[in-house]
Design a protein around this ligand. Structure first.
Ligand SMILES: NC(=O)c1ccc[n+]([C@@H]2O[C@H](COP(=O)([O-])OP(=O)(O)OC[C@H]3O[C@@H](n4cnc5c(N)ncnc54)[C@H](O)[C@@H]3O)[C@@H](O)[C@H]2O)c1
Length: 482
């Protein structure tokens, strides 16, 4: 641990000197080849391996993964497609040591985002970090400090920020295109399967360096499927709220025009219909208070009814946002429409979404900022990613500090909150359709937490404040001083 910390301390010290040189050098020679390594290449990382080489002047020079099977496959596929061998790394610290690398893409699970970004900045690399920005609120602050201190370009992978038609439309919304905004609803009405309950202690695949995979989190393995299912364990993931929530809540916050934390959060939810050992809710309602307009968010991972394969919708939308304005309603996700009170479309909001679900436009934006050395050129710098990701963390903190109450008592408990009452009625009906006995079932009633947007903390609330950060497993510790 000491040697690792010392090595990174030394790397950081030399990075500080190196940084100012590269910043000047790159802005002076904007057409230099940009050498990129992607870290974590199973799923989203693979799309980055394939997307970055399409940008003129960018060369992907390596891939890093602590699962040698994943790494081997991706490097082989890359060679077939692009005609050259990538350098392979098992340990991301070797990527940061490599002076031949200019920028890294963090496609690892959520619990690695903060530390990998800080290490990357300390080593003088520019960093494209996938959403959610961080695994907890505190470490996002450390990421921002590191980006600033080492003068690094850090983009967070909330790619819809790079859609020009949404930039333009939300600007119009801020200027009153829909009249005063009454509320914004986020929707992620999806369908997933139970992850099961292993009958014996699972073991990591032989190809995985489990210690490296776990990094800051616990090494206790509780899931049968090693990759992806970590989303449903608090040590590594942030629930569906922190998985697809950053995309949707970012749109909600963008629509409201809120550039700070909300003043309060509340949450209702639970994990229903599945007999498995996932820890996070599969049904979740959230509410965020902003002076401009409240945001609510409905998450469902169960189908319309037991045995069905389809997903629910609200006003015809399963994923996206509904902005309810006094003079019009907007419904959309990548693209959208403004409807009149009868639901008739009066305007379409559409434009170029590029390829790969918008990610290619976002990568291009990152490269543009790397070349200009201006964080202001980024469509989703750490601050933007943090404010939207924080909404996920705040909702999870409300959930995790709450208490179980009977589902049948819910309507009475929230009768003074019309938006939540409506959403809870829809949720209860949906649970009943999925075989939940709503007369006897419990629901986790998250606490309504008051937030100080200036300090980004919960005044006087020790239990909630404790969840603003995590315990880091040494040596994988986000430093107090970046
Ligand atoms: N922007 C988007 O639209 C989008 C879409 C999907 C996923 N994501 C985000 O991307 C991240 C990865 O998601 P995924 O679905 O690809 O997950 P995944 O579990 O399928 O893949 C993660 C990979 O990271 C590797 N990894 C873990 N720890 C590592 C370490 N210390 N060093 C090197 N490699 C390591 C794993 O071995 C695995 O191959 C998540 O944070 C997710 O939220 C973003």
């Amino acid at each position: 641990m000491v040697s690792v910390n010392r090595r990174h301390f030394l790397a950081a010290a030399s990075a500080a000197a190196f940084t100012s040189m590269t910043s000047l050098g790159r802005s002076a020679e904007a057409n230099d080849e940009l050498r990129v390594v992607v870290i974590g290449v199973n799923s989203i990382g693979n799309t980055h391996l394939n997307g970055f080489p399409k940008i003129p002047g960018v060369k992907v020079v390596g891939a890093c993964d602590c699962d040698s099977a994943v790494l081997g496959t991706r490097v082989e596929e890359f060679d077939k497609k692009f005609g050259y061998q990538l350098k392979k790394y098992e340990d991301l610290r070797r990527v940061f040591d490599d002076q031949d690398v200019d920028a890294v893409v963090v496609g690892m699970p959520n619990h690695w985002h903060g530390l990998a970004t800080v290490w990357g900045c300390q080593a003088g690399k520019d960093v494209y970090t996938e959403k959610p920005c961080s695994h907890n609120i505190w470490e996002a602050g450390q990421m921002a400090k590191a980006a600033e201190k080492y003068d690094r370009i850090v983009q967070i992978g909330i790619q819809r920020r790079s859609f020009k038609h949404l930039q333009d439309f939300f600007q119009e919304v801020h200027e009153g295109a829909l009249g005063k905004i009454k509320n914004v609803k986020g929707l992620y009405l999806s369908r997933r399967e139970s992850i099961g309950r292993p009958t014996s202690q699972p073991t990591p695949p032989a190809t995985v360096n489990h210690d490296l995979w776990c990094g800051p989190g616990s090494t206790k393995l509780e899931r049968a499927k090693y990759h992806y299912d970590w989303h449903w364990f608090w040590d590594y993931g942030n629930a569906e709220l922190g998985n697809n929530g950053p995309h949707i809540l970012d749109l909600c916050r963008w629509a409201v025009g809120a550039e700070e934390f909300p003043t309060a959060v509340s949450s209702i939810g639970g994990r229903y219909a599945w007999d498995d050992n996932g820890q996070t809710p599969n049904t979740h309602l959230l509410r965020y208070e902003y002076a401009k307009a409240p945001i609510t968010f409905e998450i469902r991972d169960l189908p319309t009814a037991t045995g069905k394969k389809d997903t629910c919708d609200y006003m015809g939308l399963s994923y996206g946002i509904v902005i309810e304005g006094e003079e019009g309603t907007y419904l959309g996700f990548d693209t959208g429409k403004v409807v009149d009170p009868d639901g008739k479309t009066i305007r379409e909001i559409k434009g170029d979404t590029g390829s790969d679900g918008g990610r290619q436009l976002h990568r291009e934006n990152f490269v543009k900022a790397v070349r200009s050395r201006k964080t202001s050129d980024l469509n989703c710098p750490v601050k933007t990613g943090h404010l939207s990701t924080a909404l996920c963390h705040l909702g999870n903190i409300s959930h995790r500090t709450g208490e179980a109450v009977s589902l049948s008592s819910l309507s009475e408990r929230i009768q003074d909150q019309p938006l939540m009452s409506d959403a809870a009625a829809r949720m209860t009906e949906h649970l009943a359709a999925n075989g939940v006995d709503v007369a006897t079932a419990a629901v986790e009633m998250g606490r309504t937490l008051t937030i100080d947007p200036t300090t980004e903390t919960f005044p006087g609330d020790e239990a909630a404040n404790r969840l603003l950060r995590r315990e880091y497993r040494a040596p994988f510790v986000v430093p107090e001083q970046v």
